[in-house]
Design a protein around this ligand. Structure first.
Ligand code: NAD
Ligand code: WQD
Length: 343
């Protein structure tokens, strides 16, 4: 298939490109690199062993996007491009709605012009909000607590209305839980700008000496060891879910939603211990207050993805930790030449 990939230079997009290329798909990437380096695409080309086209463009530029889409004539689009920092979303709500909701609308217009009616969308477990029951299934009430979460929910609603209105179109919404880890090659991985806001990238920078110690944000949650529990998913498994979703989009119509996780929850302390095992030494941590808006426990029911998409996660916790350390130790400054803000 011919796949237009927005945000393809990002963390999840780059890993998905590798899987798409390995299966013989033709891809075209659109990314404005607001949160990624163009070097990523060179590394993906190297891993894939063949070229693909890429465009530096903003998804909100409907005219530019429409021209790219008309020329490439995609069979389907995978829409990763978006802003994703939960804290920042509260400070810059207009930017977040503009990119995450406006960008999705702009993309749908561009797809219309190119006669493309299939889209896979990156949504998030954060659309569920405080759990009414666990594990979350796709019918769990939706009550996001952040601006970021609300932009994702709105984009989901836009896609559902779009798919309902135009016969034969398909929108596959994937609600990712907590993606971690990196490609086994150690050539691509997660490379956050500035101080990492997420657990595993922060821990990785503690191991490589850029940060002094992990701050465990709360040890008084109602969980077995008091620290927050999440459903971490290896990014390569997540990438493979997009391949399965493309196959599904080719044979279905309307909007469908799938949780993408492992179904297994791990606490912050368990993640810390697993990463220490991968690194081969103890990494310092301190207990700090809870982070505002954090939920005690999040875990996915992934039976729908297994049943309908024929997809399930293959990689366990040690693979997640080892692949992250492999990436971090080979690229201590990420895609940059050197770390700009050592601890
Ligand atoms: P990322 O920031 O690494 O990748 C997003 C990519 O989109 C970046 O390359 C960025 O430069 C690009 N981009 C941003 N705004 C753009 C615009 N206006 N025009 C063109 N390109 C633009 O993030 P990621 O972790 O790879 O996440 C990909 C998607 O998955 C996002 O939509 C995110 O909200 C969603 N998601 C991520 C997580 C997670 O924990 N990483 C969890 C759930 C959902
Ligand atoms: C995991 C656990 C923290 C950092 C966020 C977004 C979500 C999704 C994924 C995009 C929690 C604890 C963290 C630290 C810590 N992104 N923690 N010390 O909060 O589940 O989800 O990323 O869609 O929308 O909210 O992930 O990695 O930030 O936190 O103790 O320095 O680690 O309290 O229990 P989270 P996270």
């Amino acid at each position: 298939m011919r796949i237009l990939v927005t945000g393809g230079a990002g963390y999840i997009g780059s890993h998905t490109l590798v899987e798409l290329m390995a299966r013989g798909h033709e891809v075209s990437v659109v990314d404005n690199h607001v949160n990624s380096s163009p070097v990523v695409l060179e590394r993906v080309r190297e891993l894939a062993g063949r070229p693909f086209e890429s465009h530096v463009a903003d998804v909100r530029d409907t005219g530019g996007l429409a021209a790219i889409a008309r020329a490439f004539a995609p069979d389907a689009v995978i829409h990763f491009a978006g802003l994703k920092a939960v804290g920042e979303s509260g400070e810059r709500p207009v930017d977040y709605y503009d990119v995450n909701v406006g960008g999705t609308l702009s993309l749908l217009r561009a797809m219309e012009g190119a006669g493309c009616g299939r889209i896979i969308f990156s949504s998030s477990a954060t659309v569920y909000g405080e759990p009414v029951y666990l594990p979350y299934d796709e019918d769990h009430p939706l009550a996001p607590v952040s601006v970021y979460g609300r932009t994702k929910l709105m984009a989901e609603q836009v896609l559902a209305d779009w798919a309902r209105a135009a016969p034969g179109t398909a929108a596959i919404v994937l609600r990712y839980f907590n993606p971690v880890g990196a490609h086994a090659s150690g050539r691509i991985g997660e490379d956050p700008d500035g101080v990492p806001q997420n657990l595993m990238p922060y821990l990785a920078q503690v191991a490589s000496g850029r940060r002094a110690a992990l701050r465990i944000l709360g040890d008084d949650y109602p969980t077995p060891d008091g620290t927050g529990v999440r459903d971490y998913i290896h990014v390569v498994d997540l990438a493979r879910a997009h391949v399965a979703a493309l196959d599904r989009a080719a044979v279905t119509a309307g909007a469908e939603v799938y949780n993408i996780g492992t179904g297994q929850g791990y606490s912050v302390k368990e993640m810390h211990a697993a990463f220490c095992r991968a690194v081969g030494r103890d990494l310092p941590f301190e207990i700090a207050p809870r982070r505002a808006g954090d939920i005690a426990e999040m875990r996915a029911d992934c039976t729908r993805a297994a049943r309908v998409l024929g997809w399930q996660a293959r990689h366990g916790l040690s693979d997640m930790a080892q692949s992250l350390w492999n990436w971090q130790s080979r690229n201590p400054a990420g895609y940059r030449d050197r770390a700009e803000d050592p601890a």
